[in-house]
Each structure stands twice: as C-alpha cells, then as structure tokens.
Design a protein around this ligand. Sequence first.
Ligand SMILES: Nc1ncnc2c1ncn2[C@@H]1O[C@H](COP(=O)(O)OP(=O)(O)OP(=O)(O)O)[C@@H](O)[C@H]1O
Length: 255
Amino acid sequence: MTSTTPLLATEDVTVSYSGKEALHATSLSFERGSVTALIGPSGCGKSTFLRSLNLMNREIPGCRIGGSILYHGKDVNTRGVDTYQLRKQIGMVFQQPNPFRKSIRENIAFAPKRHGLSGKANIDALVEESLRAAALWDEVKDKLDQSAYALSGGQQQRLCIARTLAMHPDVVLMDEPCSALDPIATYSIEETIRDMAKRGICVVIVTHNMEQAARVSDKTAFFLLGDMVEFGPTPELFSRPKDKRLDDYLTGRFG
Ligand SMILES: Nc1ncnc2c1ncn2[C@@H]1O[C@H](COP(=O)(O)OP(=O)(O)OP(=O)(O)O)[C@@H](O)[C@H]1O
C-alpha cells in the first residue's frame, strides 16, 4: 500500500439479488478520518452499496457482489477472505438499535473477549474507553451490570456504536443510525460521528436527512435507481450540484 492508496475503495462494484441488478458499477474511495454520506431516494441502492463494503450482503441468499472492494489496497471481494476478521475492522451500526440481551458491560466486552481479551482491568478499561467514545459513559457508569434493554433508544444506539468501537475498527458503516431517534439523541450521535472521524476512523453513513448529511459529512455520494450519479465535497455538492437529477432531488422535485 502506498501513501496515496485510499483506506477503502470500490471499483465497478455491482450487486444483484436473484439475478436482478440493484447497484450498477460503482467506484468510490474513502479516506481515513473522513465522513461520507450516501444519499438518494428510497430503493436507489444506498444500503446495498453500504452493505457490500464489509460483504454483509453475502449472507443474503441469491445476492451477488461483483467488482473489487479494496481495503488497504487489497481486494477483499474474494472467496478466501475472512469475513469475521473483515467485519471487526469494518464495523456496522444499523437503523434500529440492536443491543445483545446482556448487560451494558457485556455488550461491549463480549466480542473482544471472544477475540482474546482477558483480565478484569483490561476489560474494564476497554468498556470505559468505548463508552466514553460513544458519549455514554457518564450516563451508565453506575449501572454497567444492568440490562442494555433498560436503556432508551438513543442510549441503546450509542451502546451499539460503543460496541463497534470496542473492536478498534478502521471503518464504521452506519445505515440511517438516527432515523429512530429524537433530535437530542440525533445530535449526540452526530457529535460522536465527528469525534470518530477526528480519531482517524473512516465513517460511511446512509441518511435520508439532508441536514444531517450537511452537518456531519465531508463528502457525499448521490445515488439514483442503482447508479452512483455524483460524488464530491459535501458543501459543493449541496450548493452547486452538477447533475440536474441531484438538483431536482435537493430541491424536492422528486424523491
Ligand atoms: N434482501 C434483498 N432481496 C432482494 N432485493 C433487495 C434486497 N435488499 C434490497 N433489495 C432491492 O435492491 C434495491 C435497492 O435497495 P436498497 O435497500 O439498497 O435501497 P436504499 O437506497 O437503501 O433504500 P432505502 O432508502 O429505502 O433504505 C431495491 O429495489 C430493493 O428492493
């Protein structure tokens, strides 16, 4: 890998479900310490593209991913790739918070312990570090052994982010992480996203909320009907869209 190799890139990635193409040849690259928003109307392939980045769609029967997914310059869209390891490095946060039916502490510690972390002091340190990184520590530090299900929706989503961060990922994929949350919980998650980028993590986020894309992202990609239509720095893309279809979308003429 050279200094100019992007952390993560796709080359002509196509995705089909049972032979029907949902995403047409998409080439994009993502840098360390950046936030990229994926926008576009419902059904245009945003989640499909996001899920291809850590090969999540491979678990769907009938789904086929074509093209190259270059992580640290190496194609991971191959048969031999260790998807368990890949998803540790390229983590995912879903639309609906999905904590484990376990304590707050175990939600964080479960996967790192399976990956070999041991010793109470090490585990406690990781739990605290991860919860702090997701801006949840102060709210839960006195009830780490309570069920994660007793937390609010916004707290559960921050716990899911903390759980992902505990694996020290390079990349975090987020699929509409705030769509089930109120504005205050949303604000807190957006702050966490910016903090993650400051710490060098590459974040890719699907959002339907244009204000959110403008607030959190450095770059934006606009998808339409399975095509990636326009990609660029977020302020430029929003203020001077090059493609008329993006202009129409931003001004509410369709979508
Ligand atoms: N598991 C699946 N099986 C079959 N088809 C699917 C599956 N997931 C998505 N598709 C199809 O792929 C296309 C793109 O869907 P996708 O969910 O990627 O779009 P999206 O832009 O993320 O939409 P939304 O904003 O509504 O979440 C749609 O036509 C959808 O019906």
